[in-house]
Design a protein around this ligand. Structure first.
Ligand code: 13P
Length: 343
């Protein structure tokens, strides 16, 4: 028997108006790439120092309800030996663990991938719960191309997501299901909407089949937006309209909350689009869900660029973090304006 009361209470603590979830769960390999891009040595100690910089920033709890971490990060600690998970809990922030183990090619389906990580998942979840994790993330990757995604790929990924979500709920952990429809590509916004709608419909069918209770589940979604290579750039209003219509057509009303990934949009654009979504949400009364941001690159890019691994830049990098969090917090209530970027 799952404790749905406990799951929905924790989900509600995570998806709160004017707050968000920091996705600091880059794998060591992706973190290394991001460090290298700003000239920082690709070393475990630099990754630890970077996470320490993020998590020790004074006041993040004002804007952040939860932080998503990779396995290596949740086990890591500050200079003083305080576990990152304990540090976050002491600030009232909920530790979230990324539990998938990345993607592998989908055999027989050229250009498509499936997410792996179900082996031993139950065992790992028990350990993560003991470390304080109350939610867990799993990311599926959907690529829009001339022949992708196939319905077979969407179904297979949906089953994996549903199975992981059921195991999370069994362990008292809120699943944060993330079917990311990639921004890269030349598709227009209509195609993005069709693919995202189909992805979500197939996903929620699979979740229902595995008897996952949506009241104790968070959807982490991409925004519906024309691809990065599309000649017609989507306006924030178009993104908001298409994204909200997609959710209306595909997401059950009892889902506990919906959070957004930034997906490779610039930090400013991710904030502007969130703001447009919140504005439209406020102007209508047919949307049952709470929305929040859950960005990684959309929050961290300016932090890394400012820090560059230099101890003397730590304070400025932490200021850059607070600035992005504050602007996204404003955007989550529709009160952001691009002129605030210069302040
Ligand atoms: P981005 O905001 O960089 O897309 O990352 C969010 C995330 O959690 C991806 O899994």
């Amino acid at each position: 028997m799952i404790d749905i009361q406990k799951l929905s209470t924790n989900a509600a603590k995570l998806v709160v108006k004017s707050k968000g979830i920091l996705a600091a769960d880059q794998s060591p390999e992706s973190m290394n790439k991001q460090l290298k891009a700003v000239g920082v040595p690709e070393e475990a100690e630099m990754r630890r120092l970077y996470r320490q910089l993020l998590f020790t920033t004074a006041g993040i709890e004002q804007y952040v309800t939860g932080v998503i971490m990779h396995d290596g990060t949740i086990r890591n600690h500050t200079d003083e030996g305080v576990l990152f998970s304990d540090l976050l809990i002491s600030k009232g922030i909920i530790p979230i663990i990324k539990v998938d183990k990345g993607t592998v090619p989908h055999t027989n389906f050229e250009g498509e991938v499936l997410t792996q990580g179900l082996d031993d998942l139950s065992k790992r979840l028990v350990e993560y719960y003991d470390m304080g994790a109350r939610a867990a993330k799993w990311r599926a990757v959907i690529t829009i191309g001339s022949t992708t995604p196939t319905v077979e790929n969407l179904r297979a990924d949906a089953f994996l997501l549903a199975r992981y979500a059921a195991l999370c709920q069994e362990a008292g952990i809120v699943p944060m299901v993330e079917p990311e429809v990639l921004f890269s590509g030349s598709h227009d916004i209509k195609r993005a909407e069709a693919v995202t709608t189909q992805t979500l419909q197939i996903l929620f069918d699979a979740l229902a089949e595995q008897k996952v209770d949506c009241r104790g589940l968070i959807l982490k979604s991409s925004m519906v937006i024309a691809g990065s290579e599309c000649t017609v750039v989507s306006t924030p209003e178009e993104v908001a309209e298409a994204t909200l219509r997609t959710f209306k057509n595909a997401v059950p009303e009892d889902v506990a909350g919906i959070v957004f990934l930034s997906g490779g949009q610039t930090p400013e654009r991710a904030t502007e689009n969130l703001n447009a979504i919140a504005k439209q949400e406020a102007s209508r009364n047919d949307l049952p869900w709470q929305f929040a941001f859950s960005y990684s690159r959309g929050i961290e890019e300016p932090v890394l660029e400012t820090w560059q691994g230099k101890p003397e830049k730590k304070g400025a990098a932490q200021e850059a973090l607070i600035k992005r969090l504050r602007l996204n917090s404003l955007a989550d209530t529709g009160s952001y304006d691009t002129t605030m970027e210069a302040q």
